[in-house]
Write a protein that binds this ligand. Structure first.
Ligand code: MSP
Length: 653
């Protein structure tokens, strides 16, 4: 820390899964973290702001396979590629000091050391895992934690999983973690404490499975080949490896650890408020000072997710409305600890009311009047009045309240305070009626002071909004020609004396008003999925002679049962009535397109005289026919279904 700094401040975002492009929900947390980092820098802290990507795990491995590239190529493309994670943070004006990727060599090596340290301390031991696994969330669950048999976090199907695995003695730390949650301010908002204690600690904390053998895309356990470290251990320690913990490549551990706050979404509070402190306790390391679990940004009442098809693209919004307006909207509209429902109407309304009307108008009216009445030169001199004291008192009150809310991560409340000042300043114009004062030379000194007070209110507001809207804040302060020392945290005192002078300029409108109806229509057009180009599988050029074709035994088969094949996201296993009285089993790579339950009772077409084939250790006797076509560059399969009136076993010719 330098002599002039107030102290060190370390703040982090979660590290994002680069399994597909990020959306506005991810941007929400990063913008909040960035705003907090900028606020602390403004106050004079030596800030380290870390973000990054969580690149290991089965989901990434599967996605890469689907895309026909290596997992590393896959994540490189999403992180470094055009409109990837780094591009998005640049666009959103994110001022991170460090960016970690869990595939970075130094991190991988450090994770291997950390895993071994916990093993050597006896807090990691070898056992057998059997339970339920949610692949998209990379989470293990016990039967009792499932909700309606599905993953309690995302509501999707879980799979049975059983294998030799390492376990972390989470149960050993249950009491200490409970004490941490209940008796300190470690986890905020407070409501999240009750969730954690009631849902996870009171039912009893089980030891946690911390290695996998069913896939390879992860950090290898270096003393036991075939095991990879559970992604959440790999991920959580990023907060320390990025500062040089167990590696020489990075520095800053002494300055910045323990972290001042981890911002995380509500569904991953469990990992940060229970597992993370327990692992740190196991290694006798200091715990982060705070974890803040923010709410979700929903769309039409549902969490945004690629699979639900309701993601909002930050690129489109930033291009149309400007990055600052978008950043402002996210933090002004939704209280940080609660869920919020994103709508385009709300976004446009917020921009029109707060930014165009209140802030934009105040700046343009003030600079225009300063230009008109004083050629932009507000010199020393002027005449004060009682009303000025009210404006000054409010400004000072607003600064104090803003600080309190920002320190409590209450961004929307902090901005409400700024708008209290902006509203008051707009009212001050109506009360002082500068256009009347301008009519007589006698009232010119009063007019001069009114203009300077308005500039002062704008200057203070612009400093306060700078963490939220860095570029707009700078533009406003530039219009008022505020010197560097007048833009600092220490300069947040309303002066209002007659000695000050200002030199102002008129600029283009900062936040042009948006035509709601027109804009909504255009946004709707933009969000429509492009018309899929349909491609039909080309005919095979090679001819099959008639007799050979006739040898294929095509039969109608009725689906008696259908289920997913464990550890395969492609195969469905069918039990079929083929009219012979003995069930026929066929495996088909159709799982991507159907849920098993949709197919039970349907009559399909199968080739029944193919030799049996083994797939994933099971026998498949025949092949189900399906139609192949390509939609939006992606191959699609549709099972051939025939009328239910055709009996099972009927020969098709
Ligand atoms: N990789 C883990 C985090 C590991 S941290 C050691 C992960 N990644 S994630 O990409 O799925 O989510 C990252 C963050 O984005 C989470 O905090 C999550 O809550 C947040 N969000 C994802 N969608 C969101 C919304 N729609 N709204 C708000 N935040 C959202 O979890």
């Amino acid at each position: 820390m330098c002599n002039h700094c107030k102290g060190n401040y370390y703040i982090t975002t979660p590290i994002y899964y680069p399994s597909s492009n990020l959306h506005i929900g991810h941007a929400y947390c990063t913008v909040a973290t960035d705003t907090m980092a900028r606020y602390k820098r403004l106050q004079g802290y030596n800030v380290c702001f870390l973000t990054g990507t969580d690149e290991h795990g089965q989901k990434i491995e599967d996605k890469a396979k689907e895309a026909g590239v290596t997992p590393q190529q896959f994540v490189d493309n999403i992180v470094l590629g055009e409109k990837g994670v780094l591009d998005l943070w640049k666009l959103m004006n994110i001022s991170h000091d460090r960016f970690i990727r869990t595939t970075d060599d130094y991190h991988v090596e450090a994770i291997q050391k950390i895993f071994k340290m916990m093993y050597e301390r006896g807090d990691i031991y070898k056992g057998e895992y059997s339970g339920k696994y949610c692949k998209p969330c990379e989470s293990f669950w016990t039967e009792s934690q499932l909700v309606d048999g599905k993953c309690p976090d995302c509501g999707r199907e879980v799979q049975d999983a059983k294998e030799e695995a390492y376990f972390f003695r989470l149960s050993k730390y249950a009491d200490r973690v409970r004490d941490l949650l209940e008796n300190t301010d470690f986890l905020q908002p407070r409501s999240r404490v009750h969730e954690m204690v009631n849902n996870f600690i009171k039912p009893g904390l089980n030891d946690l499975c911390v290695s996998r053998t069913s896939f390879t895309w992860g950090v290898p356990v270096d003393f036991d080949e075939g095991h990879v470290v559970y992604v959440w251990i790999d991920a959580l320690f990023n907060y320390m490896t990025a500062l040089g913990f167990q590696n020489d490549k990075k520095t800053g551990l002494e300055e910045f650890w323990p972290a001042d706050v981890h911002f995380v979404g509500k569904e991953i509070v469990r990992f940060h408020a229970i597992i993370w402190p327990a692992m740190l306790m196991s290694l006798d390391l200091p715990l982060p000072k705070k974890v803040y679990g923010h709410g979700w940004l929903n769309f039409n009442g549902e969490k945004m997710s690629k699979s639900r098809g309701n993601v909002v693209d930050p690129y489109i919004l930033a291009q149309r409305f400007g990055v600052d307006a978008l950043r402002f909207f996210l933090l002004r509209t939704f209280p940080f600890g609660s869920d919020g429902n994103f709508t385009n109407e709300l976004l446009i309304n917020t921009i029109n009311i707060d930014l165009a009307n209140t802030l934009g108008n105040l700046v343009s009216r003030t600079t225009a009047m300063s230009q008109k009445y004083f050629d932009g030169q507000l010199t020393a001199g002027g005449e004060t009045a009682e009303l000025d004291g009210e404006l000054k008192a409010l400004a000072d009150e607003v600064v104090a309240a803003y600080e309190k809310h920002m320190d409590g991560f209450q961004f929307s409340n902090a901005l409400s305070e700024v708008f209290r000042l902006l509203d008051r300043a707009n009212k001050y114009i109506d009360e002082t009626t500068p256009w009347v004062l301008a009519k007589s030379e006698d009232t010119k000194p009063r007019l001069l002071q009114v203009m300077k007070n308005l500039c002062e209110a704008i200057r203070i507001s612009a400093i306060l909004v700078s963490p939220f809207m860095p570029d707009s804040s700078k533009s406003i302060l530039d219009l008022l020609n505020v010197a560097a020392e007048g833009r600092t945290w220490d300069a947040l005192r309303f002066c209002g004396c007659t000695n000050c002078s200002w030199s102002t300029t008129v600029g283009a409108p900062l936040f042009p008003r948006i035509d709601m109806e027109k804009e909504l229509k255009e946004l709707e057009e933009l969000s429509k999925p492009p018309v899929p180009e349909l491609e039909i599988e080309p005919y095979d050029e090679e001819n099959v002679d008639f007799d050979t074709f006739c040898k294929s035994d095509l039969r109608a088969v009725k689906v008696k049962d259908c289920c997913n094949v464990k550890k395969s996201d492609k195969l469905l296993q069918f039990t079929l009535d083929d009219g012979t009285g003995t069930d026929r089993q066929i495996l088909s790579g159709i799982a991507k397109y159907y849920k098993p339950e949709e197919l039970i009772g349907k009559t399909l077409v199968a080739i029944t005289n193919l030799p049996p084939r083994k797939m994933m250790g099971r026998e498949s006797c025949g092949m189900l026919l399906s139609a192949v076509h390509t939609e939006k560059g992606e191959e699609k399969l549709q099972l051939l279904m025939v009328s239910d009136s055709i009996p099972a076993g009927a020969k098709l010719c």
